[in-house]
Design a protein. Structure first.
Length: 265
């Protein structure tokens, strides 16, 4: 069963200025973001149970049927949200070992498509699982397109928010009861990990655990948060008891660069 916007028989015309589309794909939800530098139109669906790639492709086709003027889109991006990814320094990366990199941290199956992204000016490769079925459908419909793992965009985006007044910048992103933790020392990326969590105390535990492992003083780190958190949330209040230098990344600070933060937040 799909939960979300109902499909209607009358197709909705896209505004003429909407020339780009990013499709954000998770086994539990799909989000279409039509946009330009000033405007966004988000069409999002959630699912009661995880969907297969075949089922996700069918849902993508249904959403496309709602709109006309799709030929005006000249930039198409797919963003995959899953935990099957591994970061590898570019100097050690060999494309022939792509499957092994992902298998090291994740379970994979025979029908998986393995891809990789360049991260932080090509200094790191992000090896991950995408979908050949979804990619092939988008290619047949639009021709050229780009696809990424969401952690690629997250790491690159967080680099723009580094506070140079602090030696350590720690970033926390929350989505679908999953926690992404990213750390930079000065301007250098040094750490990424993700965890499943159930409550606010879990998030605090993982953050403090990472501080301990990285030998970071909570009083001397700058923490930036994105996702399902705000200044009035119980999680922010809890974190502020232990980390005094903390801010919420505003997704509206730069509309052109924060498409990622517009989805499932």
């Amino acid at each position: 069963m799909e939960i979300g916007l109902k499909t209607t028989q009358n197709k909705r015309p896209l505004a003429e200025e909407m020339t780009a589309l990013s499709i954000h794909i998770n086994s539990l939800w799909i989000a279409f973001v039509f946009y330009n530098k000033k405007k966004k139109l988000i069409d999002q669906r959630s699912f009661a149970k995880p969907k297969s790639n075949t089922q996700l492709t069918k849902s993508i086709k249904k959403i496309f049927k709602k709109y006309k003027n799709l030929n005006q889109l000249n930039s198409i991006f797919l963003v995959y949200y899953n935990t099957k990814s591994t970061l590898v320094p570019s100097v050690l990366f060999n494309k022939k070992n792509l499957i092994d990199y992902v298998k090291f941290n994740s379970e994979v199956s025979g029908d998986n498509l393995f891809s990789y992204d360049d991260v932080l000016n090509k200094s790191i490769k992000n090896a991950y699982v995408s979908s050949s079925e979804i990619n092939n459908y988008i290619f047949k419909k639009f021709g050229s397109f780009e696809h990424f793992h969401y952690t690629t965009l997250l790491i690159d985006e967080f680099e723009k928010h580094i506070n140079s007044d602090f030696n350590f910048n720690f970033f926390l992103n929350i989505i679908d009861k999953k926690l992404d933790l990213i750390c930079y020392k000065k301007s250098s990326f040094i750490f990424y990990n993700s965890f499943d969590f159930s409550n606010d105390e879990d998030v605090l535990f993982y953050a403090l655990f990472c501080f301990k492992q990285l030998k970071i003083d909570p009083e001397k780190v700058f923490m930036s948060c994105s996702g399902v958190i705000n200044l009035k949330s119980s999680l922010y209040i809890l974190l502020y008891k232990y980390v005094r230098n903390i801010k919420i990344i505003d997704p509206h600070e730069d509309e052109s660069n924060n498409i990622l933060f517009s989805v499932k937040r």
